[in-house]
Design a protein around this ligand. Structure first.
Ligand code: URA
Length: 190
């Protein structure tokens, strides 16, 4: 994994020479059965150097707790390893969704990361990792909470934990999807 991280760093250093992009790599148990994949790090993640440690991470932790899944038993990473940002009208640096080109640039590295972790289950969080792995036509609204067979692994798409912050109506759906994930993980282990 270390070697892969060095290769990714060298790739982006060359591609974005002079921009000093801070990369945030995956975190957690590298022998985990479950790999969670988010979109891209935000401000807090860049500050602390770990995925899902900001507001969305707190939301994710709350849902994981409900489902009985322990975050320490997972491996969590992002599709895009740097923070996509723009300058707001007020002059602040704010997050923006990664572009399709940024997603495509990150995809070969993500696939190598998946090969190293060899997860039984991949949980995608939101549209970005879903579309990156399964194609642009897939949408989280249609795929969430369904098991999809992909390259010898099972993919379980979940809404992005931040979407619940912006759209509280999703909370119940999210809760039930996460609970079913927890049940399936327990059943397939026993
Ligand atoms: N949202 C993501 O998709 N990833 C993070 O690491 C943090 C927020």
């Amino acid at each position: 994994m270390r070697r892969l991280q060095e290769e990714i760093t060298a790739f982006y250093n060359e591609l974005y020479a002079g921009e000093r992009k801070v990369l945030v790599f995956g975190d957690g148990d590298e022998r985990a059965r479950i790999m969670m994949i988010g979109e891209a790090p935000g401000e807090q993640e860049v500050l602390l150097g770990r995925p899902f440690v900001g507001k969305a991470g707190k939301n994710l932790d709350d849902f994981l707790e409900l489902s009985g899944l322990d975050r320490r038993a997972l491996y969590i990473t992002n599709t895009v390893k740097f923070r996509p940002s723009r300058i707001s009208a007020a002059g602040r640096t704010v997050n923006r969704p990664p572009s399709w080109e940024e997603i495509q640039l990150g995809l070969p590295w993500l696939l190598k990361e998946i090969e190293l972790i060899e997860p039984e289950i991949i949980v995608t969080l939101g549209n970005v990792p879903l579309k990156a792995l399964l194609g642009k036509d897939q949408t989280i609204g249609q795929c969430h909470g369904q098991w999809i067979h992909w390259k010898g692994t099972r993919v379980y798409p979940l809404y992005h934990p931040a979407s619940v912050i912006y759209n509280p109506a999703l909370k119940e759906v999210y809760r039930s999807d996460v609970m079913r994930l927890g049940e399936e993980v327990r059943m397939s282990r026993d």
